[in-house]
Design a protein around this ligand. Structure first.
Ligand code: GDP
Length: 454
């Protein structure tokens, strides 16, 4: 497994980033003699790419005078086994002399460095983000470790460095699981998110059968604070399928978090994406699509989850077809990266559309989990390049050699070639659109990384 070390001066948010990457899994303390008792290590997973992350927060010394020297000594020890370093700065505080000193030192090291500008949520982090270019460590990745923003970008930056090493482990695991893809998918992990009053609780009650939820667990339904397992019979096929419903409201209560009402739905969605494969964003037909909804949708997609939208309260919708088309257009416009995502009209009250919604959720998970054989992938790739060859800026040819699917859930692809830094974003979009429309990944978030062989 590749190892990534987190470096930075005190209070920039190293531990928060560490916790964000490691999640709920227990962090191991490395008690190797001669190293340092303060080294925390954990298994991290970023969009399916797994690595070991090392936190150096414990190096912070009470005595600031000796801090730089102490940090350097400790860092040097830890850099030895590292495949990459994440150098964290505080985008709100801007660049400090200590940051500059660490950067100077890091520039002399062999290990590849990813510059991470933390606390970059909102406007307050902007200046610091731009300022950090001056550290000479390349493009900073703006993240908010606390709010989980920018994590996809972090993946994009780390992947070219450690992806290959992590890929091997992943490939082995996937080979083991490849016997029967359908069998290995397990219960559909589904979350329903949306603004307050969209009808989430009503929908869940309707799905499970009202009184069953109220009267507690019954045969076929088990319920803990975060998940409800039940079996749904697909009326189209007669198949009995397992669904695990992620109960974000229950999670919130269990965690005893108090959130402002307007932030509540976003926070719920954030919790949901950690557990769900497919997320249903529930809209209220009497309210339409609002900015807040797009924000939730965006968050779900950033985390690489499969997203679909259901318009609830269809029983009282006015001017139904105009409403539907309007929402369809606004979604395709606001979420262009998943144009054509499943949109379904439902009524939590009457149960209309709910079977269709669940059927679509299973289908969506299928493409989200799908793997395209390399040969078929490269047949498409060759055709795409022939139909629209990459540009040759200043007469220099950009060579795109081949493509592989590095992972699923969400689908991830790596394009290998040379002079890739000169490839225009528009061409990247052309490739992503091709993957989506020609290879059956409509409406799921697709990631493409460009990579030059060493
Ligand atoms: P939540 O905050 O998203 O959990 O929303 P609730 O499930 O508490 O629902 C909010 C309100 O909308 C309640 O008064 C429900 O009775 C009502 N409601 C929910 N779904 C429907 C529906 O499909 N049709 C109608 N007419 N009302 C609904």
């Amino acid at each position: 497994k590749p190892q990534v070390i987190i470096i930075g001066r005190p209070n920039v948010g190293k531990s928060t980033l560490f916790n964000r990457l490691v999640g709920k899994k227990l962090a191991l303390v490395d008690d190797q003699p001669g190293v340092t008792r303060d080294r925390r290590m954990g298994d991290a997973e970023l969009a399916g790419m797994s690595f070991t992350v090392v936190d150096t927060a414990g190096w912070e010394d009470e005595d600031p005078d000796t801090l730089p020297g102490r940090m350097r000594m400790q860092t040097e020890v830890s850099l030895e086994g590292a495949d990459a370093a994440m150098f964290v700065i505080d985008a709100r505080a801007g660049i400090t002399p200590l940051d500059e000193e660490i950067a100077r030192w890091l520039r002399e090291q062999e290990v590849p460095v990813v510059l991470v500008a933390n606390k970059a949520e909102g406007k307050a982090g902007e200046a610091g983000l731009y300022e950090s270019y001056s550290l000479g460590l390349g493009e900073p990745i703006g993240v908010s470790a606390e709010h989980g923003e920018g994590i996809a970008d972090l993946f994009g930056a780390l992947w070219p460095i450690i992806g290959a090493k992590s890929e091997a482990a992943e490939a082995a695991a996937e080979f083991a699981a490849s016997e029967d893809d359908d069998e290995t998918l397990g219960p559909l992990k589904l979350a329903i998110v949306g603004r307050p009053n969209a009808g989430k609780s009503t929908l869940i009650n309707q799905l499970l059968g009202e009184d069953r939820l109220l009267t507690g667990p019954e045969a076929g339904i088990t319920r803990d604070s975060i998940a409800i397992d039940w079996n749904w019979t697909d009326p189209k096929t007669g198949e009995n399928r397992e669904i695990r419903l992620i109960d974000t409201a229950g999670m919130r209560k269990k965690a005893r978090v108090v959130e402002k009402l307007e932030k509540l739905s976003v926070a719920d969605a954030r919790r949901a994406v950690d557990f769900a494969e497919v997320v249903v964003l529930l809209l209220d037909a009497t309210q339409g699509l609002e900015h807040q909804d797009l924000k939730i949708a965006d968050l779900v997609l950033q985390e690489g989850r499969a997203l679909m939208v259901a318009i609830n309260k269809w029983d009282i919708a006015e001017d139904a077809s105009a409403l539907f088309n309007g929402i369809r257009a606004a979604l395709d416009d606001g979420l262009a990266q998943v144009r054509g995502l499943p949109l379904i009209a439902v009524s939590a009250k009457t149960g209309k559309g709910l079977d269709q919604m669940l059927g679509a959720a299973f289908e969506l998970r299928e493409s989200w989990s799908k793997r395209v054989p390399t040969a078929a992938l490269n047949r498409w790739f060759d055709d795409a390049l022939e139909a629209n060859p990459p540009p040759a800026p200043k007469g220099k040819r950009i060579k795109l050699r081949y493509i592989t699917q590095a992972g699923t859930r969400p689908p991830r692809f790596v394009v290998f070639g040379t002079r890739l830094d000169m490839l225009p974003k528009s061409y990247e979009r052309y490739l992503v659109n091709g993957i989506r429309s020609k290879l059956g990944f409509e409406a799921v978030p697709v990631r493409v990384v460009l990579k030059s062989p060493k």
